[in-house]
Design a protein around this ligand. Structure first.
Ligand code: AMP
Ligand code: TRP
Length: 329
């Protein structure tokens, strides 16, 4: 990888099944940005431990996620695919950043507030989660971080920590910029459009997984909550329908206005049938490629080992600098 290109970094937790909101909010941009940037894409397994995981499932899921990244179009010739725990510097830098993060900053994090409302296990990791995320980003001197809108506050903390460290010692970290899709940074749940679509949702009808088959996708879209009425309109008063139109727009490149026009005089059921088919058609090649890739364990291991070698080199360079600046011998 050349030195001149700017760097992109992002990651997804291997919890639950990767779903279309992850694709629209994050992966789609990851793929696009490969043309112009030097990209590092993580599977943030350490983050996923903040919720209890079954060891065998977690191990299997990490491989599955790598294969899904590749099936979606992440190109290992151009981008590094890295499992976070393979590069111990992430945890090391986290400790240093812990010491410059204020409790007040963490107390304000809305994701922690939301997650700890329902969690049986409110562990310290859930609380310090955003610091580990900051270390993922700052360790590689990332310029740009493509994520969904829900990660905006976490990114703000990463920026603040970079600036604080740079000011306290001397310029060390690149201050990262967020890269968030404008209209589709927040895809909502199919059954409960007041909540975001989440891959760890217990109710599978709330999301469409990237590996769902055609029948499942069409059934889930058919069952999606729409609002009373019959007109296909894109309006805040109809959050369920608005979300489905947003999805339609993401998968067709038609604007919400075009979609309204296309469905004048048509019924919800027509619209939903078309949307289901549209999504199914777009996910089919991903599913086929995934089936090919997942059976090639040696190939996946090779990509991961190359990824972590190159990432470790970059990470070590930053961490040595940090240790030196703060006076560790
Ligand atoms: P997570 O599922 O929380 O591990 O998120 C992985 C990536 O997908 C992050 O960049 C999130 O911002 C993005 N993402 C997750 N849920 C949504 C959603 N409902 N709408 C848009 N982006 C999302
Ligand atoms: N916190 C992010 C999420 O829940 C995942 C994540 C971890 C991440 N480290 C990151 C995203 C670094 C971008 C960059 O979605």
């Amino acid at each position: 990888m050349g030195e001149q290109k700017k760097r992109v970094l992002s990651g997804i937790q291997p919890s639950g099944q990767l779903c279309i909101s992850n694709y629209i909010g994050a992966l789609k941009n990851w793929i696009k940005l490969q043309d112009e940037y030097e990209c590092i894409y993580l599977i943030v397994d350490l983050h996923s431990l903040t919720v209890e995981q079954k060891p065998a499932d977690l191990r299997q899921r990490c491989y599955s996620y790598v294969a899904q990244y590749l099936a979606c179009g992440i190109d290992p010739e151009r981008s590094l695919v890295v499992i976070q725990s393979h590069v111990p510097e992430h945890a090391e830098l986290t400790w240093i950043l812990n010491t410059i993060t204020y409790m007040g900053e963490l107390n304000r994090m809305t994701q922690f507030k939301d997650k700890s409302k329902n969690a049986k296990n409110i562990n310290a990791g859930l609380y310090t989660y955003p610091i580990l995320m900051a270390s993922d980003i700052l360790l590689y001197q990332a310029d740009l971080v493509p994520v969904g809108a829900d990660q905006k506050q976490h990114l703000e903390l990463s920026r603040n920590l970079a600036e604080r460290f740079n000011q306290r010692y001397s310029p060390t970290f690149t201050v990262p910029e967020p890269y968030i899709p404008k209209s589709s940074g927040r895809i909502m749940s199919l059954q409960n459009p007041d909540n975001k679509m989440s891959k760890s949702d217990e109710n599978e009808n709330n999301f469409i997984a990237l590996l769902d088959d055609e029948d499942t996708i069409i059934r889930k879209v058919k069952r999606a909550v729409t609002d009373s009425g019959s007109e296909i309109v894109f309006s805040d008063d109809k959050p369920g329908l608005k979300n489905l139109i947003t999805l339609y727009s993401c998968y067709s490149d038609l604007s919400p206005k075009d979609i309204e026009n296309k469905y004048v005089g048509k019924m919800y059921s027509d619209f939903k049938q078309d949307l289901g088919e549209l999504i199914a058609e777009s996910l089919k090649p991903i599913r086929i490629r995934y089936e090919e890739i997942i059976s090639e364990k040696d190939y996946l291991s090779k990509i991961l080992s190359e990824g972590s070698d190159k990432a470790s080199y970059l990470a070590r360079r930053t961490l040595s600098k940090v240790y030196r600046k703060i006076g560790l011998v």
